[in-house]
Design a protein around this ligand. Structure first.
Ligand code: HEM
Length: 499
């Protein structure tokens, strides 16, 4: 090729780029590859990138994938759109078959279900998760775990003066507490020797692969699954490990019930599995009687629902307190001035106002579940004026939502527990389509009260007994996943308060 031809190609390319380049700071929709290069360029800082993009696009933008994939996502954090999708036109926005495929390990559990199957699950879950016997059990076991698991480990690291990764510690706490509450089985992963537990590791692997399934084209991960290689092979093994663990617990529980061998006083205090098994004849889902498979799906779903969200919130909560020691002092003062009775869940969730505000504020800035998605059935127009096509994926980014001036005001990047307190000193409630952390509409989270009481028990146990000091040389940043884990955890030193 001569100089002249090279010059022509060069200037054509420059013209081409200038012609297509978006001038408003939004991602450019390049021929063939769509907006994909822009996303790839920013993948390591995807949360911050979405804050920028959604701010510039007035809270909603349409992401165009490579042309051959026909991928089009509508990303929105506009509260009016969320209210519309989650409540007003709920029937038009199921989770959809793509969600089902990616989360197939959850079987037919509530997270994966739509329409009549979901309605059935929802009714059951509402009844059992709100059951007084289960709530008593939850509080009793969480307190026991704090006393026999959390305190000994914190005492151990403070006596030796060694660092501990708080994120790992909380993951162990919620894994043990979750197994105990769901199935009355404590695997004791929260102990001074920090054992590796195959089922806990399997859950981590499953979550990693599910995220992978969201970012690579469907045909790629399905091909890997067919070949049983790479991440899909890891997924299959993890699935097997979890199944074997949960089915063993179900069998043991059934035997205990038949032999009347139950550990707790069943009249006042019972784990979730026992409640479900005792209602066995009612476990006829709209897709037929599923026996232990139904119990397995239910236990696993509740497990995934609660375990990470609670441990992640606690990790960010203590990270923020390390930056705002005055908030930790105010929480301690509140705890010192209140008669604590954890068994009274309602009272504890309404009385510890400042602690409640600090937890809400943590989840506003660091929502433990960072992304949510729905799929449209029919075409629709959103309140923002955006056109929704049939079978379109609607994605919500909760991280960006908590950091929008137009939603939370000019001080949206500041940590202010006071934001959640009324002039009368009560807890201030925000509409769920604005504070979307626990979902909104008919599919609102069913574990909200449980989660708050567990987080408050852990926060109170630590703040009343210890001082937490962040290790200086570390960069604490969120990772890129569905759950907002910290990339390298949060390393701290622990000091016992003088008694
Ligand atoms: C800080 C803690 C928690 C947060 C932030 C949270 C958040 C959420 C969110 C965002 C959803 C919607 C997920 C989706 O539809 O894709 C959800 C649903 C759900 N959560 Fe939670 N959750 C928490 C703790 C819990 C706990 C402890 C439980 C009980 C074991 C629980 C039970 C459920 C259930 C059963 C659903 C499904 C509701 C439905 O689809 O109808 N959650 N939660």
């Amino acid at each position: 090729m001569g100089y002249f031809e090279i010059l022509i190609v060069f200037f054509s390319l420059v013209f081409f780029c200038l012609f297509f380049q978006n001038k408003n700071g939004l991602p450019t929709n390049w021929p063939l590859v769509g907006m994909f290069p822009e996303i790839l360029k920013n993948v390591d800082r995807i949360h911050l990138y979405l804050v920028e993009i959604l701010e510039k696009s007035d809270l909603t933008f349409i992401f165009e994938g490579p042309w051959f994939t026909k991928m089009q996502l509508l990303v929105t954090i506009d509260p009016a759109n969320i209210h519309h999708v989650m409540s007003k036109n709920f029937q038009n926005y199921p989770k959809g078959s793509k969600f089902n495929e990616r989360f197939d390990v959850l079987g037919d559990g509530i997270f994966n279900a739509d329409f009549v199957v979901w309605q059935y699950h929802r009714k059951m879950a509402q009844f059992f998760l709100g059951h007084p016997k289960f709530n008593n059990f939850l509080v009793k076991k969480t307190l026991k775990k704090a006393e026999n698991g959390l305190i000994p480990v914190l005492d151990h690291v403070s006596t030796l003066g060694i660092q501990v990764n708080l994120q790992d510690l909380f993951a162990r706490f919620t894994f043990d507490a979750g197994c105990t509450i769901m199935m009355d089985h404590d695997p004791n992963t929260l102990s001074v020797d920090f054992p590796v537990n195959p089922s806990s590791k399997a859950l981590d692997d499953i979550e990693e692969v599910i995220f992978h399934r969201h970012v690579v084209p469907t045909c790629v991960w399905k091909f890997q699954r067919w070949l049983n290689v790479g991440k899909e092979n890891k997924y299959k093994k993890a699935w097997k490990t979890l199944d074997s663990f949960i089915y063993k617990c179900i069998t043991a529980k059934r035997e205990d019930i038949i032999n009347n061998n139950q550990k707790e006083d069943n009249e006042v205090c019972t784990d979730l599995l026992t409640l479900y098994i005792k209602d066995d004849e009612n476990l006829k889902t709209p897709i037929g009687y599923q026996g232990d498979k139904f119990l397995r799906d239910t236990v696993l779903t509740n497990f995934i629902a609660g375990r990470d969200a609670i441990s992640i919130t606690l990790s960010w909560f203590f990270y923020i307190l390390s930056k705002y020691p005055e908030v930790a002092s105010k929480i301690k003062k509140e705890l010192d001035n209140i008669v604590i009775d954890w068994t009274n869940v309602k009272e504890m969730n309404s009385k510890l106002v400042y602690l409640h505000g600090a937890l809400c504020e943590t989840m506003r800035l660091y929502p433990p579940i960072a992304f949510e998605a729905k799929t449209s059935i029919a075409s629709d127009i959103l309140p923002s004026g955006h056109q929704v096509n049939p079978n379109m994926l609607i994605v919500f980014n909760l991280y960006a939502m908590g950091r929008m001036k137009s939603i939370w005001g000019d001080d949206c990047n500041e940590f202010k527990p006071e934001r959640w307190i009324t002039k009368q000193g009560n807890i201030k409630h925000e509409p769920s389509y604005k504070y979307f952390v626990f979902n909104a509409g008919p599919r609102t989270c069913l574990g909200r009260d449980m989660a708050f009481i567990q987080m408050k028990i852990v926060a109170a146990t630590i703040i009343q007994n210890y001082v937490i000091e962040a290790v200086q040389e570390q960069r604490v940043v969120p990772n890129v996943s569905i759950f907002l884990h910290m990339n390298n955890g949060f390393k701290v030193r622990v000091f016992r308060r003088p008694s």
